[in-house]
Design a protein around this ligand. Structure first.
Ligand code: SF4
Length: 397
């Protein structure tokens, strides 16, 4: 087993666009980041610019240059276009984006093609364009069906918009996923419960639920520091999470990951690549890739990323060559997010070590205190462990 320490590498020392070193085994997943939104919501710290649509043509040209820098053409099983709000682009711009991607990548027959979208202004024409381009999975940032919660979150759509868009989306796409947020200042348990109940009424196949976090640098973080808004009590947040597990479980969408619920067979294949610590391509500002054992993140400043690529310069923020030890720890950290946990035999075959031996003391302690369990040959978080997932997983880092 290799237990060397991992070096942070200078971006100029590694060509992250070089052809994957293992012929026949290149990454099978592609992520593309579209950094445009109408408005920056107060809690959002994603890589994006708000109300700067004049930058879209330059972004598309820069994206084309970044894609051209990749050595080779590849077939992938999953494509995920995330943001920002990809559907903030016009129909012509979405078509241009797709033609850039398909100049370098092909999607395997039966592959998963996801696009993130927001309910505001999502017309039937845009949905038809996406569907014509091959998109078969729409991930909708609904967040809530409660008007007060949407207003607190500064979302640009109403509860009625969300209801209307979800109805139309389930007719237009093979698979529809909803993003929902709990733990919003002022949000009550009844409000969250009603949102869960509303989501259950649709013929959707997937839901992601996120507890609101107050990220440094966001407007919400400032307001929290000044006492203008307040986090909800921990026990209420825990009850909200428990309600999601229970409600979606009884609606035929059991939890399969810390934040995700799906009908059997509708789990997000793209995100599974991340949780199984497999490699993937990525393009666009702030996008993070994992190729040839190297994790790298593109420049997060959108203008800097555009300007670099328009002048033929690579725009990287961080590059990290993972050591054997880090690959192992990451595989545990990510794998424990899955309800099925980590297949002990597969892990030993892949890394040449027993998963429980990696952090023996912590693993034994959490097995004893009931936060971890070994069942059916898998090491996994128990239900109780999922409520304390961050603490348990941190012990493996
Ligand atoms: S719509 Fe989504 S990506 Fe855009 S600012 Fe709001 S939370 Fe962030």
């Amino acid at each position: 087993m290799i237990l060397d320490e991992s070096p942070k590498v200078k971006p100029s020392d590694v060509d992250v666009y070089a052809a994957p070193q293992h012929p026949g085994m290149p990454p099978r997943a592609l992520y593309v980041h579209v950094p445009f939104c109408l408005h920056r919501c107060g809690y959002c710290d994603f890589t994006l610019v708000a109300d700067q649509d004049d930058l879209v043509p330059a972004y598309l040209e820069a994206l084309g240059n970044e894609l051209d820098r990749l050595d080779g053409e590849y077939e992938v099983d999953t494509i995920f276009i995330g943001g920002g709000t990809p559907t903030h682009l016009s129909i012509e711009q979405l078509e241009r984006l797709a033609s850039l991607l398909f100049g370098r990548f092909t999607l395997t027959s039966g592959g998963e093609f996801s696009v993130e979208a927001n309910p505001d202004g999502l017309s039937n024409e845009v949905m038809k364009t996406l569907s014509d381009l091959g998109v078969n999975r729409l991930s909708l940032g609904v967040q809530s069906f409660d008007a007060d919660v949407l207003q607190t979150l500064e979302r640009q759509h109403t509860a009625a918009d969300a209801q209307d868009v979800v109805c139309r989306a389930v007719d237009a796409f093979e698979s529809v996923s909803l993003d929902l947020i709990f733990g919003v200042p002022g949000q009550t348990f009844d409000s969250w419960d009603a949102t869960l109940e509303a989501a259950r009424q649709f013929s959707i196949s997937h839901v992601s639920t996120y507890g609101l976090t107050f990220e440094k640098g966001t407007d919400f973080y400032q307001r929290l520091q000044r006492g203008h808004i307040h986090a909800i009590p921990d026990d209420l947040e825990r009850d909200m999470y428990a309600a999601a597990i229970s409600q979606f479980g009884s609606a035929g969408m059991p939890q399969y990951e810390i934040s995700n619920f799906a009908r059997r067979g509708s789990e997000c294949r793209h995100n599974m690549v991340y949780w199984q610590a497999q490699e993937y391509f990525a393009f666009g500002p702030g996008a993070a890739r994992y190729v040839n054992g190297v994790r790298s993140t593109n420049a997060r400043n959108v203008s800097r990323w555009i300007n670099c690529w328009l002048t033929g310069k690579v725009a990287l923020q961080e590059v990290e060559q993972l050591s054997g030890r880090e690959k192992i720890r990451e595989a545990i950290f990510l794998g424990l997010r899955l309800v099925d946990g980590i297949d002990i035999t597969n892990f030993r075959d892949r890394f040449g070590t027993d998963v429980v031996d990696v952090a023996r003391f912590s693993a034994q302690q959490h097995l004893a205190d009931g936060l971890l369990a070994i069942t059916e040959g898998h090491l996994r978080l128990t239900l109780e462990g999922r409520f304390l997932a961050d603490t348990v997983m941190a012990d493996f880092l």
